[in-house]
Design a protein around this ligand. Structure first.
Ligand SMILES: [Fe+2]
Length: 408
């Protein structure tokens, strides 16, 4: 895949046409890795026919709710139809008395779900072709195929996830790495640098949403954590619109089963005043803000009572050179990891995979995933229950290249 995002209308429409064709013809598919590699078979659509630009993709799945996200090409009124045996329920978003409409990027929460239950759902969208004060005109209505999702049970005794890092605009890597992953997972974490920089919506759709939504995210949620490359490019501020975060912050924490997970946004790798950033970043203050927040999180009963505490962060505080980002993470976060006895840090950034055991510098292990070139990519999986938390790292040939176990 080319390093730079292609930004021309023709390529975008090809992707749109492919995504639309897939949506119209198949349900759960696993063929999306071909999307960016083989465009010659795609039908180019040059009209503005109302269409989905992505499969639906899940965020924030809990025992009783989930956010279903999807994007359309034209402004529309969109909703989700869902149910256990039939799609008898309908969800749309209401805010300030308005039913959300005349928008393209949808994030629709399904509430009051039953725990440990499989739901069927589809997304529906009605184009709005004219929106005059007293005369709103609908256009084409489209429906996706039917998908499924399963809510976790209450008080889960086991939790599992896969972790991707440093994909760097290589959409085929998601499929390549999922193929070699050898364990089931409940959700995925994107641990930073999914992109080289943020250029436009087409890049986000083509290089992340389409492969992930078609491979697994219509059925299992994922979390998008920023790395030091998501902070770059003219579309950097729009990135958040495409995901749903519990507190609308890029950093947050939650407990799942026996594990308390904290996700930190480690920001840029060079000083804020580096010429490369042209005076428009302020990450030192952002990291300090997160450190203050982290200390409060650690006081919460749900964190104190968790069997395992795991931190996800793109730039690790050690084993990643001596640039400012690493050293500042070391300064503001590492003492807190020591103080609150973090069991494990999972990171990326260096493009050199490794399991770094506790040492005189850090009493917690640091697992760093590789990437982004073929032969250097890894996927990491984590499974935890009351007896142990086990992490395995697999390279893109299927070989296990790292392992760490924390006993309960
Ligand atoms: Fe990277």
């Amino acid at each position: 895949m080319e390093k730079n995002s292609k930004n021309n209308r023709r390529t975008f429409l090809k992707d749109v046409a492919k995504a639309s064709a897939l949506t119209a013809t198949v349900g759960l598919v696993s063929t999306s890795t071909a999307l960016a590699n083989n465009e010659s078979d795609l039908v180019v659509s040059n009209n503005n026919e109302h269409t989905f630009l992505t499969f639906p993709y899940l965020q924030n799945l809990t025992s009783n709710s989930v956010d279903v996200m999807f994007i359309t090409n034209n402004k529309a009124y969109s909703w989700v139809e869902f149910g256990i045996s039939n799609l008898t329920q309908k969800a749309h978003t209401v805010s300030d008395g308005f039913v959300t409409a005349y928008n393209r990027i949808n994030c629709i929460r399904l509430n009051n779900l039953e725990p440990n239950t499989t739901y069927k759902y589809k997304v529906v969208s009605k184009e709005i072709i004219e929106f005059k004060p007293y005369d709103l005109k609908y256009g084409t209505k489209i429906k996706s195929d039917e998908f499924t999702l399963k809510t976790p049970k209450l008080d889960e005794d086991e939790v599992s996830c896969v972790i991707f890092n440093d994909i760097h605009d290589r959409p085929y890597s998601f499929g390549d790495l999922l193929k070699v992953n050898n364990r089931p997972f409940d959700f995925a974490i994107m641990n930073g640098d999914m992109f080289d920089y943020e250029e436009d919506e087409a890049q986000i759709i083509r290089n992340l949403l389409t492969p992930c939504a078609s491979l697994f995210a219509n059925n299992k949620p994922f979390i998008m954590l920023r790395g030091n490359h998501e902070t770059r490019g003219k579309f950097r501020s729009e990135l958040k619109n495409y995901f749903s975060y519990p507190t609308n912050e890029y950093f947050f924490s939650f407990t799942k089963g026996p594990v308390h997970l904290t996700l930190l946004d480690t920001g840029e790798d060079k000083p804020d005043d580096d010429d490369e950033y042209s005076g428009i970043v302020d990450f030192d203050a952002f990291r300090v803000k997160q450190a203050l927040w982290f200390e409060k999180e650690m006081q919460k009963p749900e964190c104190k009572s968790a069997k395992y505490k795991v931190v996800f962060m793109h730039i690790p505080p050690y084993h990643s050179g001596d640039w400012h980002g690493t050293l500042h993470c070391r300064k503001v976060f590492s003492p807190l990891f020591e103080k609150y006895k973090i069991d494990l840090v999972i990171a990326g950034h260096t493009h050199r995979h490794g399991v770094h055991l506790p040492s005189k510098d850090h009493s917690y292990p640091i697992i760093i995933g590789g990437g982004p070139k073929k032969g250097n990519r890894t996927i990491t999986n984590l499974i935890a229950n009351k007896d142990k938390l086990e992490v395995k790292m697999i390279d893109d040939s299927g070989k296990q290249v790292g392992e760490y176990i924390v006993t309960g």
